[in-house]
Design a protein around this ligand. Sequence first.
Ligand code: NAD
Length: 375
Amino acid sequence: MTVQLRPGDPITVDVALAGRAYDIVIGRSLLAGLGARVAALRPGARVAIVTDDNVAKQHLAQAEASFAQAGIEASRIIIPAGEASKCYAVFERVCEDIVAARIERGDLVVALGGGVIGDLAGFAASTVRRGVDYVQVPTTLLAQVDSSVGGKTAINSRHGKNLIGAFHQPVLVLADTALLDTLPERIMRAGYAEVAKYGLISDADFFAWLEANWRDVFAGTAAREHAIAVSCRMKADIVARDERETGDRALLNLGHTFGHALEAAAGFSDRLYHGEAISIGMVLAFAFSARRGLCSPADAERVVRHLAAVGLPTRIAEIPGERPDADRLIELIGQDKKVKRGRLTFILARGIGKSFIAPDIDVADVREFLTGQLA
Ligand code: NAD
């Protein structure tokens, strides 16, 4: 775990990818300096800012002012907020608008928004003119600790989420933690599930720190920057080791096998946000690990206690509306993950901070476990 810095110091995390290394800069009120950073990184470039209508209302003016101050020509592309915008029609519009804004090689796309904007604008940047560079300015907690880092970009297909996409690393990530002050509390909480995930994957000290300091992370003190920096550092390390997810990067999917199935069962709607699904998914991954004698029931209980204290859902029963049965969840898991001869790869845990890739889990065991959870 990193040492906590003084409030006000921006923290820089390096994503060490050979030939495509970039910085994640984390701190309060950094948006005003975005133009100056872009001017230093890419002198003479013009930019197209892609954002959604919610974020535009709150933060676009400041982003545009910072570009104007740095003498950078900036166009704006505003799309409707929400997951539904990760589709072909909006992707086409964004690509056409980027071309119309005369963004050429050497210019930049700027993704100003949450994970939806980062995924969509990043994917558009990866394809327009066979690839232009882009900057991530994440405005949700989830985007600051997860989706803006690592270069996965995508839109959704009728066959499933994120099926049409590309690996395309940004050239800079600017995480202004003050932007989270305007985030609705439920969306902030959902993003927090991904922060807790990093502790659960491989940093028990960080998890214990979160148990003691989570209120300050929400309040927006220096604890928020610290939590985001620790999370980004862990993601950056994993991505640098395994950019294309052929090994370790899969650890970042802790809670995601159950979580994605629950999200799909809830129709990817606001009945259950992604982070909320991951919260329940991590609880299930630890309960399943405890049932197999891999981790102690006390550790599994600690996970539930912390996520519930924060206000995140921890049980399938908390999802409003119709509840799926175990067979339906298994079917959805099978659509999301490869099942080979009745076996699945899961991320399980030997304790808090001790997650590992378990490649040979019997689907029948998972069904039995889920039946018990739904009883
Ligand atoms: P989101 O982008 O839809 O943002 C959530 C809501 O918050 C939206 O209504 C948005 O308009 C609003 N919002 C954003 N910033 C705001 C601010 N500062 N103030 C007020 N409102 C604000 O959702 P998200 O949770 O950020 O991201 C979810 C997406 O991220 C999903 O599509 C998921 O697939 C993707 N994702 C991608 C990766 C990756 O590695 N690429 C990782 C995890 C998740």
